[in-house]
Structure formats: C-alpha cells, structure tokens
Design a protein around this ligand. Structure first.
Ligand SMILES: Cc1cc2nc3c(=O)[nH]c(=O)nc-3n(C[C@H](O)[C@H](O)[C@H](O)COP(=O)(O)OP(=O)(O)OC[C@H]3O[C@@H](n4cnc5c(N)ncnc54)[C@H](O)[C@@H]3O)c2cc1C
Length: 383
C-alpha cells in the first residue's frame, strides 16, 4: 500500500491550492480527482471569478482577502502567468442594506481604496447600468477578476513541480481510520496517509459522513449574454456588479434578491449573469443541466430593469454548483472527532481565497497555528 503524508480528495480550487502549498513545504502529497481539472462538473468553471477585498460578507474575511490578493500576485510572478485583472467592483443595494453596510465596513477596516456613489453617479459613469434612485453603490477600485481554469492549471502545474503526485479520473469512494493513519479507497486502489483533506466541492456531501448533512449542493444557472456592442461591457469599461435588491425592486422568495454580472473577456465574449441566492438544491452527482425558459425569463426581467441594453440579447445558459452551508460561512478545518481529517466547503464565494486557504489548510494539517483566526469556520461550530 502506498503511503503519503497527506492525501487530497479533489484537485479543484481548494485541493490544487493546498497540494501546491504542502508540496512546496516538503510534505509528500498525493492528490486524486474524479475528473481532470479544470472541468465543468464542479464549481470552478466559467472563465471568470470575482476577486474583491472589501468583503461585504463580513470584516472577518478581510485579512484573508488581503493575503489572497498578495498570493495570487505572487503566483503570477512565480509562473509568468496573468491570473488577476482589475476592472473595479460595484456593490449595489439599499444605502442601509446589509450588502452596502458590509462593503463599507470592510473597505474602511482594510483601508481598501473605494468610493461611495449615488445611483445617479453610477448611471452617469456606467450608462450600461440603471440602478433606481432608491439604491446606492460602493466601488472597490482595484477589484477585478480571476481566470479560474488557468488558475487551477497553474496551481496543479506548480504542485507537480514541487513534487506532489497528482492522479486524475480516479475517484475517492470512501475512507477509514486505522490507528492514527487514514486509508483512502479509490476506484483503483487503497492508499494510506497521515492526513486526509476532503476537497471534493459539492461532492464532499457524501464523503463527510454525518457532517455532510450540513452541506446543501445548489444548482446555479449561469447565463451568457451576447452584448450588442462588446466595447461597453469589456474588462476595464465594465465593473463587476453585484446587486442586492429589495422586494420592491424585484420579485424574490427572500428579503433580498442577489444577482451579478461580470464583464466580457476576450473578443466575441459574453457578459456573464447569474443569481447568487434563491437557488435550488441538487444532487451533485447528477445536477439538472437543463436551464428552464422561466429561469431565462427571470434573468431577462433583471436585465430589463437594471442593465437594459442586454434585455433582448441572445442568452446561452450553463450550470455550476455551490456547496452551501447553513449560515453561508465557509466550513474549514478538522472534522469533529478527528485530528487528521480536514475539509473545506466554500459556500459559493471561495474561489478568490484559494491560495490563502491552501496556506491555512497546510498549517492546520501540519498542526501549526494559521496566521488567521479561522475558528468561526470550524466544522464543529453549531449553526
Ligand atoms: C457560477 C459560480 C460563480 C462563482 N463566482 C465566484 C466568484 O465570483 N468569486 C469567488 O470567489 N467564488 C465564486 N464562486 C465560488 C467558487 O467558485 C467555489 O467556492 C470554489 O470553486 C469551490 O472550490 P472547491 O475546491 O470546493 O470545489 P471544486 O473547484 O469544484 O473542486 C472539487 C473537485 O473535487 C473533485 N471530486 C469530486 N468528488 C470527488 C471524489 N469522490 N474523488 C475525487 N475527486 C472528487 C471534482 O472533480 C472537483 O475537481 C462561484 C461559483 C459558481 C458555481
């Protein structure tokens, strides 16, 4: 039986970043993936991921967001690859709503360059966007996009370069504890490791035992809208825009509907538009990939009101997965009752943090204190 310091189940966002970090620190690592990342069967496909540091989800994320930015830039320098581009990021919502309050609190805490804007100022600067006068916005000036497929390829290449063994098209079926060692049973063989990281994204649900009940895989329809003219929607001309809309602005099952759009990348590209909440549960092994006419109609209605030049454009749709947690916070750390089995579930907003999560998980796996307080993400927390 082959033995390693650490076995990683899943080589997507978190798995690839942690494999790189552990291998660079000299640990013997094997990573296994059911497919061959990057691919479109998990949570990391679709050309772009927003990266921002004025974190509307809470000031607690800001130190990690700052470090993640630094580490993406370092990875770019290490590999001569462009992974992160700035285009600005607008958070749009009620002036006293949770999104804008969270944005401004984090921007001030982290001393992150930003501006508070009225709806009229947004419409003047970006005539593509049409927030009503009831709304306001926060602009994070330097925020932008990551290229997820290239990022994962880069992280995997660096992992291998640092000595990690990577195996693809090999699924982890289950695992068991033997004394202080962990055995991992794959579709090909049984491996033994000192520690195990379960980084299988939405499919962690079936690998986490009882803790898996806390994860809700969500189906995320993603819409690609062909703009009438690319120029106004290109990187640099069009910011990432996240909308937290109250019921009087849009029909919603929740107090606020959250939607966003991301700029066109490259020539012939499309604007990417999706909802961030009110998503349906799915079986991560077989999510329904068909996007219904009603789902497309909902997006057209959002566009008609808030990005009107896109309302009647051609739309192609696709499906991606979130691994939602009950409180929307990450689940990160050792499984309750185990000191050498770890997991990460990123609740639909984790891509930007990949390299810092690699550092944090490498610390936790090595038994050292991470540089950030991640106790609020503990899988043992009661939610
Ligand atoms: C539409 C969409 C938009 C998003 N936008 C943003 C954004 O703008 N900014 C942001 O920061 N985040 C964003 N996110 C969230 C972010 O992409 C995810 O949080 C992140 O990619 C999750 O990483 P992961 O490693 O958990 O999962 P993945 O990257 O999916 O990796 C899991 C890997 O595990 C493998 N696997 C599964 N089962 C097994 C098994 N049994 N054995 C071995 N391998 C297995 C899979 O093949 C996969 O490669 C978005 C997500 C979606 C869906």
């Amino acid at each position: 039986m082959n033995a390693y310091d650490v076995i990683i189940a899943g080589l997507g966002t978190v798995g690839s970043a942690t494999a790189m970090e552990l291998a660079r620190r000299g640990h013997s690592v094997i990573g296994l993936d059911a497919f061959r990342p990057p691919h479109n069967r998990g949570s990391h496909h679709g050309q772009s991921r927003s990266i921002r540091r004025a974190y509307l989800e809470g000031t607690g994320y800001v130190p990690m967001a700052l470090r993640a930015w630094e580490l993406w830039r370092r990875l770019e320098r290490d590999t001569g690859t462009s992974l992160l581009v700035s285009t600005g990021n607008l958070t749009i919502g009620l002036p006293d709503g949770p999104a804008l309050k969270g944005f401004l609190g984090s921007a001030r805490t982290g001393n992150i360059p930003h501006h508070a804007l009225t709806a009229a100022e947004v419409r003047k600067r970006w005539p593509q966007l049409a927030p009503s006068d009831a709304l306001a916005a926060g602009l994070e000036v330097e925020a932008g996009l990551l290229f997820p497929e290239l990022s994962i390829t880069t992280l995997l290449n660096e992992s291998e370069r640092a000595g990690a063994v990577l195996r693809f098209d090999e699924r982890v079926e289950h695992w068991s504890k033997h004394g202080d060692r962990i055995r991992v049973h794959t579709t090909r063989e049984t491996l033994e490791g000192g520690s195990l990281l379960l980084a299988a994204g939405a499919r962690n649900k079936s690998l986490l035992g009882i803790l898996g009940d806390r994860l809700s895989p969500k189906r995320v329809p993603v819409h690609w809208v062909a703009p009438p003219s690319e120029k106004a929607f290109e990187l640099g001309n069009f910011p990432v825009n996240f909308w937290q809309l109250p019921a009087f602005e849009i029909e919603s099952n929740t107090q606020y509907a959250e939607l966003y759009s991301l700029p066109v990348i490259g020539s012939g590209g499309c604007v990417k538009v999706a909802a961030h909440n009110n998503l349906s549960d799915c079986d991560p092994e077989a999510p329904v990939r068909f996007v219904t006419p009603e789902e497309v109609a909902d997006i057209r209605s959002f566009l008609g009101n808030f990005i009107p030049t896109l309302a009647n454009c051609t739309i192609d749709s696709d499906v991606c997965l979130y691994t939602q947690t009950p409180d929307g916070e990450f689940l990160l750390g050792a499984l309750p009752g185990y000191d050498n089995v770890f997991t990460a579930a990123l609740a639909g907003h984790g891509f930007k943090f990949a390299p810092v999560l690699g550092e944090v998980l490498a610390d936790l796996i090595a038994g050292t204190e991470p540089a950030f307080d991640v106790s609020r993400f503990s899988p043992a927390r009661t939610v």
